[in-house]
Design a protein around this ligand. Structure first.
Ligand SMILES: *[C@@H]1O[C@H](CO)[C@@H](O)[C@H](O)[C@H]1NC(C)=O
Ligand SMILES: *[C@@H]1O[C@H](CO)[C@@H](O)[C@H](O)[C@H]1NC(C)=O
Ligand SMILES: *[C@@H]1O[C@H](CO)[C@@H](O)[C@H](O)[C@H]1NC(C)=O
Ligand SMILES: *[C@@H]1O[C@H](CO)[C@@H](O)[C@H](O)[C@H]1NC(C)=O
Ligand SMILES: *[C@@H]1O[C@H](CO)[C@@H](O)[C@H](O)[C@H]1NC(C)=O
Ligand SMILES: *[C@@H]1O[C@H](CO)[C@@H](O)[C@H](O)[C@H]1NC(C)=O
Ligand SMILES: *[C@@H]1O[C@H](CO)[C@@H](O)[C@H](O)[C@H]1NC(C)=O
Ligand SMILES: *[C@@H]1O[C@H](CO)[C@@H](O)[C@H](O)[C@H]1NC(C)=O
Ligand SMILES: *[C@@H]1O[C@H](CO)[C@@H](O)[C@H](O)[C@H]1NC(C)=O
Ligand SMILES: *[C@@H]1O[C@H](CO)[C@@H](O)[C@H](O)[C@H]1NC(C)=O
Length: 812
């Protein structure tokens, strides 16, 4: 989208400074269409961002070329930095100005200075936004070359670290208050005095560290991973390929590690550090890793006197304890207060205890007693004035012990089926909270968003002014106290979009810029007369081709078109596929529809199919896991995020291609749609589509076909990757339906193995040896088994699969 010279207007302004002018350049909060700075390739924008009603912060965000404005005319840009997050400025007469003294100041409504860089310089200065997202104030030599950087936004992060930006001993990330309130929240990511990178919850009343897990020792001993207290350089950074590493030896690879993507690491308002990635602005952000696996183990997340529970379907949920009510039901960080009064006299009969199974609170034990009876523990709490309840648990270890923990504060509560003890809450005897448990289970709690990820509604609307504006500002200031003439130059690029209006009216932009129509003769030449067949699949054969621009492509030649279909109908179908754009979906570069010829042009994958790679034993455990994850992401995108709902209907290892980094790309999607019509017309085709062994029971039993058929096939593919056994050849078990063999075999192993505790080891592909992560393998196997449930409603959706894999991906 580079502007042609005729579309560029260069306005050169030279301004004479009067003696009393104190500022050389400024950006105003008014006219946001003009007052912003773009990075060279337009990835980032710096300007005033609305953070509330008539409240603005000077911020840097990922540029949104296709804005989707909401009712309040706001858009949800991804903010990466803010100058004045805690002190927004007025929507009138607020400016960011570079003073002659060299100080960059943000002035609220023309009055008070709310933020400044505190720099001073007598040299000419230049403020530029780099392509990395770093806003830099540079000193220039008189010949215009850069002398030095005197200030940069990378040194003052807010809640986000961009690739190339370093977290140091002088900086920390501070979360936002909520998804919509950008002011400083309760969580900090910082280097502690022992050189360890930690996440701290700093609430209104208490503060505590919860990552890394506080019970792990930090001096490099076993348990803490490999954190080291000995390296005092205290630096951490994220690279563009998705690795975060810190000087305390903490290294974190994202699930899409290796791909060059837009990335950011954000300490989210819910206290978790997440690494997000996306290919470009047209995609929504994807969580490719998070530091804390269990969202309920983030301290302070539900506030005091409440419990947090997490279920994979609905996400995290905060609930007040029975007898307690929300202090502010819009802000659950504040927690709950008792809705009763418990007098502090020493009379047992005034209190009673309500058992809350599977509930635990972290910390704030009054004391800790071993082998007290339940009655003794209860008496202790009822006589202890500040006691709010007690934990009473039995542990079978070391011959069996009872533990009694009376609690004086109820913080960091969580409810989880895996916690086997119970909590006994102290309530007044006269209280009428008999039904409280019922109320709780009816869902009185607050449902919070799962991940803090907002799914972008992707609706491309026409850019209002077709405008894009670029500033580069120079300032020649006073030298040695003598006021000189100042000047500044504004390069003012205005360029018109050259997009043709038809395309815009279609409401979308073809994802692959190169998507085009090829002629048959061109493709015939590129494939050397269809001489190199590399595969044969649904609807046609695939040939290797070298296009005229030397790109290697895979060309699928579909079986001859049925008479009724016109070229434009074909185009309509193909363009839907062509506009899908995801790193785990094979890219389509174009098509050919001429006479009876129908061809599709795809990107070529050197490493071939998953089936090839499995049979040639190329894939270690890490690669297999990545492939399972990537395939799930691709399918989730296909099912849920793309503009039209597309089922694949034929997921199998032959349709999953592997790129040079061993990232999977799902191929042949959308073909079912293209071929569908043929089937209806052609009575020779049965209704059944897909491949034996991978097909969901719905096909066989003639039930409604939904996206869950792909989930089923995905589950079979994952089982195949885990076990190394093909569902089409089967295992020595008598079963009627071929495809049930592998599935039932694994299911049986789990059923029997759960009693003895190690079933995973029995199913894993012997070629993997013991080089795999047992916990992750078990998660993967459990997810796959859920995917192959006979009842489609029991199967998870593909995005739930991704979430489950991600949440078990990095268990720190
Ligand atoms: C900007 O984009 C061009 C073309 O895509 C690329 O060659 C160049 O390296 C990019 N510049 C930066 C600073 O990323
Ligand atoms: C954001 O949160 C802060 C702190 O709780 C509060 O003072 C401020 O009013 C909130 N801002 C908005 C726009 O809600
Ligand atoms: C912006 O985010 C808020 C809060 O997550 C959401 O309610 C709103 O719908 C989003 N608006 C747009 C235009 O996506
Ligand atoms: C500009 O001046 C600086 C020192 O004042 C010198 O180091 C640099 O080489 C000069 N650059 C050019 C392009 O002349
Ligand atoms: C920066 O400016 C100082 C003083 O004018 C000069 O001595 C120095 O060489 C300059 N440095 C560079 C890298 O241009
Ligand atoms: C300390 O950490 C830094 C950054 O990770 C690394 O470059 C350096 O080699 C480490 N020092 C030692 C002594 O390990
Ligand atoms: C991250 O990836 C690199 C290169 O693939 C590997 O050497 C390293 O062990 C990985 N680290 C972790 C923690 O998985
Ligand atoms: C939580 O409950 C206790 C009583 O159990 C009460 O003393 C405390 O003030 C409550 N916390 C808040 C934040 O209201
Ligand atoms: C409360 O009563 C118990 C027994 O009735 C007694 O042992 C205990 O000392 C009393 N505590 C206080 C604080 O009076
Ligand atoms: C606690 O009780 C168990 C069973 O009653 C007994 O085996 C164990 O020795 C006791 N431990 C202590 C420390 O009293």
């Amino acid at each position: 989208m580079s502007p042609s010279p005729s579309q560029i207007f260069i306005i050169l302004l030279t301004v004479l400074f009067h003696f009393h002018h104190s500022s050389s350049f400024s950006l105003s909060v008014e006219n946001p269409e003009q007052n912003f700075i773009l990075s060279p390739n337009h990835t980032f924008t710096a300007g005033f961002y609305p953070v509330g009603e008539n409240a603005y912060s000077f911020a840097i965000w990922f540029t949104q070329k296709h804005k989707h404005l909401d009712d309040n005319n706001n858009n949800n840009a991804t903010i990466v930095w803010m100058a004045n997050r805690d002190q927004p400025v007025n929507g009138k007469r607020s400016t960011l100005s570079l003073l002659k003294t060299g100080n960059l100041v943000l002035t609220d409504a023309g009055q008070s200075v709310v933020w400044s860089t505190d720099t001073d310089s007598s040299k000419p200065l230049q403020l530029v936004l780099h392509e990395t997202g770093n806003l830099v104030l540079q000193e220039l030599n008189t010949n215009g070359s850069i002398n030095s950087t005197i200030w940069q936004s990378f040194d003052f992060p807010t809640d986000t670290l961009l690739p190339g930006q370093t977290l140091t001993r002088f900086t920390k990330l501070v979360s936002s208050r909520s998804e919509t309130n950008f002011s400083s929240g309760f969580y900090k990511l910082f280097f502690d005095n022992d050189n360890i990178l930690r996440i701290l919850y700093e609430g209104p009343r208490v503060s505590s560290v919860f990552w890394p897990d506080p019970w792990l020792t930090s001096n490099g001993a076993a348990g803490s991973g490999s954190r080291s207290t000995y390296n005092s350089s205290r630096i951490a950074s994220l690279d563009s390929f998705g690795r975060f590493s810190s000087s305390d030896n903490f290294v974190f690879n994202t699930s899409d590690y290796g791909a060059l993507l837009q990335r950011r690491l954000t300490l989210d308002h819910d206290g978790n550090v997440r690494i997000y990635s996306r290919k470009d602005e047209k995609q929504s952000w994807f969580v490719s890793g998070q530091f804390k696996q269990q969202p309920c183990f983030v301290h302070g997340i539900c506030g005091p006197n409440s419990t947090c529970s997490n279920d994979p379907m609905n996400g995290r949920k905060c609930s007040c304890l029975p007898g307690y009510v929300w202090i502010d039901d819009q802000d659950y960080y504040q927690g709950c207060r008792p809705n009763f009064q418990l007098s502090c006299s020493n009379k047992t009969h005034e209190s009673r205890f309500l058992a809350l199974p599977h509930v635990d609170f972290y910390g704030y034990d009054y004391a800790f007693y071993v082998n007290k009876t339940y009655k003794e523990c209860e008496d202790l709490c009822s006589h202890l004035c500040g006691c709010a309840g007690f934990q009473y648990t039995f542990t079978a270890e070391y011959g069996g012990y009872y533990f009694c923990y009376p609690k004086i504060q109820l913080l960091n509560g969580h409810r989880s089926q895996s916690f086997l003890g119970s909590f006994y809450l102290k309530l007044p005897k006269s209280s009428d909270f008999v039904d409280d448990m019922k109320i709780q289970q009816n869902g009185m709690g607050r449902v919070c968003s799962t991940n803090g990820v907002v799914k972008l509604e992707r609706e491309y609307i026409k850019e209002k002014e077709n405008g894009s504006l670029k500033f580069m500002l120079w300032f020649a200031g006073g030298l040695g106290g003598v006021e000189l003439l100042g000047f500044f130059l504004v390069w003012f690029f205005l360029f018109r979009s050259s997009k043709n209006s038809d395309e815009e009216n279609n409401g979308y932009i073809l994802a692959a810029a190169g998507f085009r129509k090829f002629s048959y003769s061109e493709l015939k030449q590129a494939t050397k007369g269809f001489s190199q067949e590399i595969g044969r699949g649904a609807g046609g054969s695939v040939y290797r081709a070298v296009l005229s621009d030397n790109r290697v492509a895979a060309i699928k030649r579909l079986h001859e078109a049925n008479q009724g279909e016109s070229e434009s109908e074909f185009f309509a179908e193909v363009s839907i596929i062509g506009r899908l754009n995801h790193m785990n979906l094979i890219g389509m570069w174009g098509y050919c529809a001429e006479g009876k010829h129908r061809l599709l042009v795809y990107e070529y994958m050197e490493k071939g199919t998953l089936a090839d790679n499995l049979s040639s034993n190329e894939l270690d455990w890490g690669k297999r896991y990545n492939i399972a994850m990537g395939t799930a992401k691709g399918l989730a995108y296909l099912h849920e995020e793309c503009l039209e709902w597309i089922l694949h209907c034929d997921i199998k290892p032959q349709n999953i291609l592997i790129d040079s980094d061993y990232q999977p790309k799902v191929a042949d999607f959308g073909l079912s749609k293209l071929l569908n019509r043929d089937d209806l017309d052609n009575s020779n085709f049965s209704r059944i589509r897909g491949t034996r062994g991978y097909m969901a029971p719905e096909w066989v039993f003639n039930l409604q076909i939904t996206s869950k058929v792909d989930v089923y096939s995905y589950g079979v593919v994952v089982l195949e990757m885990i076990t190394g056994k093909s569902p089409t050849t089967g295992i020595q078990i008598k079963e009627e339906l071929c495809h049930e063999r592998l599935v039932t075999w694994v299911r049986e192993k789990r059923r029997k193995g759960l009693e003895v505790g190690c079933w995973v080891e029995q199913i894993v592909d012997p070629k993997l040896g013991s080089n795999y992560d047992v916990m992750k393998m078990e998660t993967l196997a459990n997810v796959a088994l859920d995917c192959v449930a006979d009842d489609k409603d029991v199967r998870p959706t593909m995005s739930q699969v991704v979430e489950r894999l991600l949440s078990h991906d990095n268990n720190y």
